[in-house]
Design a protein. Sequence first.
Length: 190
Amino acid sequence: MDSTDAPTSSPASPQTGRPGEAHSTELPFELRRPLGPRDPGDAWVEGDRGRFWGRFGSAGLLVHDPAKGVLLQHRALWSDNGGTWGLPGGALHQGEEAVDGALREAKEEAAVPPEKVRVLFTSVFDVGYWSYTTVAVEVVDAFEPEISDPESLELQWVPVELVGGKDLHPGFGAAWPGLRSRLLNAGTPG
């Protein structure tokens, strides 16, 4: 979902050749930040309402399987508000629509297959210079998520009524009551 800048220079490990991975001080997987090329959207923006991740905004995927619950991501310790639970998601690419970005991020982070979900609704939190879009989807063909990048400690299906009992990312925690209500009413006719 969120990320912080990786160190710009550090010695390469003699064993792996990758910067920042010295063999005597190698960090556990959950503490490592991803290395490599970054998208221009992967940056912090700041303003009078605070600092937020995603130069072009951010989006997350609220995946609901009526049989299993909501898919939550236990966020990597190096991420913003690391160790909390939230939605797979992250920074949008320039010109990318929020629904497309949320589906892309959830596929990258949790192997959520876009063809096995359908969009129910979107909810936007906008501070003027930055916005976060929650894209709520319903599972139409069952799948099991898989950790597919270093941004997750674990992934878990959580029954809707138990989501609020988790240590939630503050932004998701504040939005959850309204999202929960919309999610539960999304399948109700008229």
